[in-house]
Design a protein around this ligand. Structure first.
Ligand SMILES: N[C@@H](CCC(=O)N[C@@H](CS)C(=O)NCC(=O)O)C(=O)O
Length: 218
């Protein structure tokens, strides 16, 4: 039975983008179930029919349901070990998991003030001190990875992996909110933006016409 990934609007749903990218970048076949977000009770019920969390993304693998972006990526890494979503080396794997968890549980100010919105005309907005601190910390994370593992390849740990998937929506945030970044960070963003799976998601998101008013404020 094919895997099923339940996702929200590609234009806005940064949490959906992460596992989608982990699967697609590794050419793992899956059926995509698109449920538009924040349209009302009927669509909310459609999400609840897949996962009692009431949130996307969710992955359905036969009688197994996995919800929450990072758990899905962990499941994909176990189910398809050939993807090498996590580095083989234990210390590097611990590093990759630490920054992925830091992304998953943190950076609230940046996420709130600079919501992913692929339609948005590129332009800067004033950021709070907390959001600016988030930007500084993310750049520090990426630069440290590039310095330590750059010789292994162009992504955070050499080859594309889980940590890149977890940070992918930040690439769009830095781009659309015209956030000034260090040259090494710009180079990493360009690597991500040239990944075919990243481009596919972006093209599909830009082609969407649904607008979610609450995400159109900045
Ligand atoms: N921590 C969760 C966050 C999931 C989440 O907040 N999803 C949002 C869309 S990006 C959602 O489903 N919102 C719909 C709703 O709350 O009705 C994850 O990593 O998957």
């Amino acid at each position: 039975m094919a895997l099923k990934l339940v996702i929200g609007n590609k234009n806005y749903s940064s949490w959906s983008m992460r596992p989608w990218l982990a699967l697609r970048a590794n050419n793992i076949a899956f059926d995509e179930v698109f449920i538009p977000l924040y349209t009302g009770e009927a669509d909310k019920q459609r999400i609840l029919n897949f996962t009692h969390s009431g949130k996307v993304p969710a992955l359905i693998d036969g009688d197994v349901t996995i919800w929450d972006s990072l758990s899905i990526i962990e499941y994909v890494a176990e189910r398809f070990p050939e993807t090498r979503l996590w580095p083989e080396d234990r210390a590097r794997r611990a590093h990759a998991r630490s920054i992925s968890a830091e992304m998953h549980s943190g950076f609230a100010a940046l996420r709130n003030e600079c919501g992913m919105n692929l339609h948005r005309p590129i332009g800067a907005i004033p950021l709070s001190a907390d959001a600016r601190a988030n930007v500084t910390r993310i750049q520090e994370i990426w630069i440290e990875c590039r310095e330590r593992y750059g010789k292994l390849g162009p992504y955070l740990f050499g080859a594309f992996g889980a940590a890149d998937a977890m940070f992918a929506p930040v690439v769009h945030r830095f781009r659309t909110y015209a956030i000034a970044v260090a040259p090494e960070v710009q180079a990493y963003m360009e690597t991500m933006m040239s990944l075919p799976a990243f481009q596919q998601w972006t093209r599909a998101g830009v082609a969407e016409t649904l607008v979610i008013d609450r995400f159109e404020t900045a």
